[in-house]
Design a protein around this ligand. Structure first.
Ligand code: AKB
Length: 317
């Protein structure tokens, strides 16, 4: 059984990914790590260790001591926070990912997965049905860090044979842990506000289409790519998507379940970030190379989110 170490494991994706990996590979084989003290959920079925990926010595020692084969490096500053503090984004996302790739190279580990994002594209990229291989040139600190990760990871693959893999995650919608500091966070916040207050003020404007995905699909594509046979991969970084919608469309879907729900718009600095990203993605490379197929569309995701969150918040609708 492979042993996996996950960084940033208390984040939006990390908390649910740890659970899914532990179910599949056994609790003891999945080492959750992060800079902070862990939430209870991460200590439940396996080890949690405090790790700062900027400390190379600590990182190397932890990989060796725990006999790790695969690293999933999720620790990252997101797009909104990255624009407020670009230097923090540089250190965490670029230096942190460099340290992880170096450790995997030096220690000859089996594989490293580092997420990329739709933020790796830029204002010159075609917006609709954006292809996998296309001009990128991001203009946000977060986007620049993600393109660094893709290019440096692919360079290490060609130059040293490091088995680097990456998914360009769209906005991820989930009920377990709130995202923090992202541009697509509105698509999670809207559910909390719909259930609690029956109204939501969106920080993205009407008509702002972005690619999105529900957490069960995010977990599925992450595990599927880790498990894909290296010989079938033509790419190392993949577009991945499940749906694309604008704030008024998710609001309309919520209104089918909560008719009194109202949405208003007060776009802030994240509107400019969103405008440089694709509206929809072509993920045919992932579909063709390793059989990617999402399970949730907007309607199925909305129904499931409302059911799960209403239980969690103890609110009926
Ligand atoms: C963000 O909004 O910054 C992230 C992302 C799309 O990478 N959710």
């Amino acid at each position: 059984m492979k042993r996996i170490l996950v960084t940033g494991s208390y984040g939006q994706i990390g908390t649910e990914l740890i659970g899914a990996l532990r179910e599949r590979y056994g609790g003891e084989n999945v080492v959750a790590t992060g800079r902070k003290k862990p939430p209870e959920i991460l200590k439940r079925d396996g080890p949690y260790l405090q790790l700062d990926v900027l400390d190379e010595n600590q990182l190397h020692a932890m990989l060796v001591d725990n006999d790790i084969d695969i690293v999933i490096h999720n620790a990252s500053i997101l797009s909104g926070t990255g624009e407020k503090d670009p230097q923090l984004a540089y250190r965490t996302n670029i230096e942190g990912s460099y340290n992880v790739l170096e450790a995997v190279r030096i220690l000859h580990l089996d594989q490293v997965m580092i997420p990329s994002s739709i933020a790796a594209f830029g204002p010159n990229t075609p917006k609709e049905n954006t292809p996998n291989d296309v001009i990128m040139r991001p203009i946000t600190a977060y986007g620049i860090s993600k393109i660094f990760i893709e290019l440096w990871g692919e360079y290490y693959f060609r130059r040293y044979g490091v088995d680097f893999r990456s998914l360009r995650y769209p906005g991820i919608i989930s009920s377990e842990t709130l995202p923090g500091g992202g541009t697509t966070d509105y698509a999670v916040e809207i559910f909390y506000e719909a259930l609690k207050n029956k109204r939501y003020t969106s920080f993205l404007d009407k008509g702002t289409y972005l690619p999105m995905m529900y957490m069960p699909d995010c977990l599925k594509c992450t595990i599927d790519l880790i498990e894909a046979d290296a010989s079938i991969l033509k790419h190392r970084s993949f577009n991945i998507t499940a749906m694309s919608f604008a704030p008024e469309e998710i609001a309309a879907e919520i209104m089918k379940h909560i008719p009194e729900f109202e949405i208003t718009y007060e776009p802030d600095f994240r509107q400019q970030i969103a405008e440089t990203w694709p509206a929809s993605l072509d993920d045919s490379a992932a579909r063709e190379e390793w059989g990617w197929k999402p399970d949730y569309d907007l309607a199925a995701m909305t129904k499931d989110m409302l059911e799960k969150l209403s239980k969690k918040l103890g609110v009926k609708y």
